[in-house]
Write a protein that binds this ligand. Sequence first.
Ligand SMILES: NC(=O)c1ccc[n+]([C@@H]2O[C@H](COP(=O)([O-])OP(=O)(O)OC[C@H]3O[C@@H](n4cnc5c(N)ncnc54)[C@H](O)[C@@H]3O)[C@@H](O)[C@H]2O)c1
Length: 357
Amino acid sequence: MNLNIALLAGDGIGPEIVEQALRVTKAIAQKFGHELHTKEALVGAVAIDATGNPYPDETHELCMNSDAVLFGAIGHPRFDNDPSAKVRPEQGLLAMRKKLGLFANIRPLITFPSLLDKSPLKTERIEGADFVAIRELTGGLYFGQPQGRSENGDTAYDTCIYTRMEVERILKLAFEFAMKRKKRLTVVDKANVLATSRLWRQISKEMEPQYPEVEVEYMFVDNAAMQLIQWPKRFDVMVTENMFGDILTDEASVIAGSLGMLPSASIGVHTSVFEPIHGSYPQAAGKNIANPCATILSAAMLFEYAYALDKEASLIRKAVEASLEAGAVTEDLTDDKANALSTSAVGDWIVAYIQNC
Ligand SMILES: NC(=O)c1ccc[n+]([C@@H]2O[C@H](COP(=O)([O-])OP(=O)(O)OC[C@H]3O[C@@H](n4cnc5c(N)ncnc54)[C@H](O)[C@@H]3O)[C@@H](O)[C@H]2O)c1
């Protein structure tokens, strides 16, 4: 098969982790006889520096003309520490999501047997946890207008808006995921306070009869935040709005042991984007110490979602699990810092495993 993949490495550790995911993708393409074509484009702070635009038109064009996008991360302390900056790297991410119509971010969360002791949570609570969080990605507070400041600068406002169409399409996806899994769906909202949450709940209840086999529960986000770390095994598919999903999925990362282990797929109207859930981890940029596994596992999702190449995806996952079991890990996953592998050495290990399989 011909694989045309756009590479958007972005900022901070982005280039280092995407490089390793690309090496793994190349090894898989070679093993399974696929022809891989990749092209790179700018996004985030590096794109601002080069063009003034965090998501330049050329980058969008490349994404639109590719089968899939492998994305690193965006963000730079220069902008994080300057609230008055008019153009920001995050605007590039939001523009990409909006222009590609990426309305759903899918974040599978599983525990890895060899990492159970890396989580601050008790092993018996997390062992066997296996759920998918589906986050709405192009609506809610992060996109609602108006947003801004009063003239004297002392008042700020954001607007949370959801339309029926936006809610229906993400809930449909969530019900369909639940049908393919254990048929349990948790709809997370704040319907006791927010009008948008009440619309979500109303629409979900209207849709329930279309999926009679799916057991649906409704949970307030504050309760969900607690249940997630208290009893993560109770969840199968969780769906929620943009900001709640952003926060809950970072919280859920402690179950897996490190933010550096969690991949995601952003899907919607046009080309899908595959990206780790973490940010640009600027403190580690250029040091070759960041964990590349979230990005490598995002490449596995790319094979599965963009091409339905499940065997290729499984081999990547198997290789990552083998590296963990062998202790071939970066410093975030070991107390023995002196023997931690570098980002590229973990890539070497996983590529060699795939080649020797
Ligand atoms: N999708 C994205 O591109 C995205 C997401 C979140 C944050 N950001 C941006 O990233 C920048 C840094 O934000 P932050 O510090 O809040 O979040 P971050 O995810 O970059 O890092 C938070 C912490 O998680 C750990 N971590 C993250 N990735 C890791 C990896 N691959 N290996 C090992 N440990 C890892 C580190 O301990 C790090 O200090 C900001 O500019 C922010 O806006 C971007």
